[in-house]
Ligand binder design. Structure first.
Ligand SMILES: Cc1cc2nc3c(=O)[nH]c(=O)nc-3n(C[C@H](O)[C@H](O)[C@H](O)COP(=O)(O)O)c2cc1C
Length: 233
């Protein structure tokens, strides 16, 4: 979660039993860094670092997590207009997973063709394949389901065909305050990629429901910041 999930935050969360934690989202290139500055200016939380600061910053954040939790995999969720800075960020010491953010829907990010807007780009497959082919870490792609005009299953299959290791699927249902369980099941049944199911987990029953859909793993965001996570994983 941009502006929230730094190493200090994640080190507090790890004792609940997480085996993977995600830093970021971070903006890696000039265009997305400018967009982050605009988002900050209108009062929303963001991580904002200059071009020459961002890689050293992520490097030190990864080290802070690994120092006390060497067994935990660390992922960095990142945005960039072009794939090259993402592949470069994958070289960060001890980073386990680089996650391409095809999820952010803040207007400043979408306007420059990044975040969720990547799903509309004709070069989406080339972009992901470049990161996969040039990264030192595993590659995850984070998307949101039910984006208007986007066929979620088709995008999931494209991501699998590009060779990504994980599909991190925010199964958001715009019409209810619950995950879209049908789309999760449809994607799991029709792909072989490791699907990390996400959205609205706030109790153990929902974790079970997610596994029943066929996910490889699950992730939790808002329940952690609202303090609703009252169970161990
Ligand atoms: C304040 C806030 C910031 C977020 N920032 C990011 C981000 O930077 N990158 C990303 O991929 N998802 C981001 N998300 C989305 C969450 O990671 C997650 O996909 C979404 O909240 C649904 O999961 P949940 O129901 O467990 O919260 C953010 C969500 C919130 C509430």
């Amino acid at each position: 979660m941009a502006g929230i999930t730094d190493a200090e935050f994640l080190n507090k969360v790890i004792p609940y039993g997480f085996d993977v934690v995600t830093l970021g989202g971070y903006s890696l290139d000039e265009k997305t860094i400018n967009a982050s500055a605009q988002i900050l200016n209108r009062g929303r939380k963001e991580f904002h670092f200059e071009l020459d600061e961002i890689i050293p910053h992520i490097t030190s954040e990864v080290a802070l997590i690994k120092k006390n939790n060497p067994q935990v995999k660390v992922s960095a969720n990142v945005r960039s207009a072009t794939p090259q800075p993402i592949a470069e960020a994958s070289c960060i010491d001890d980073l386990d997973i680089i996650e391409i953010n095809c999820h952010c829907r803040q207007k400043e990010i979408v306007t420059i063709g990044c975040g969720q807007e990547l799903l509309n780009r004709k070069d989406l497959a080339d972009y992901i394949a470049y990161v996969v082919d040039n990264s030192k870490t595993e590659v995850s792609v984070k998307i949101r389901a039910n984006v208007e005009g986007i066929d979620t299953l088709k995008v999931a299959q494209t991501i699998e065909d590009c060779g990504a290791d994980y599909l991190h699927l925010d199964a958001m249902d715009p019409n209810k305050l619950d995950a879209d369980w049908d789309i999760l099941e449809e994607v799991c049944n029709n792909t072989n990629i490791k699907v990390i199911g996400n959205n609205s987990i706030d109790c153990e029953d929902k974790i079970k429901k997610m596994y029943d859909c066929g996910v490889y793993g699950f992730s939790i965001a808002r329940s952690i910041i609202t303090g609703k996570l009252d169970f161990n994983i």
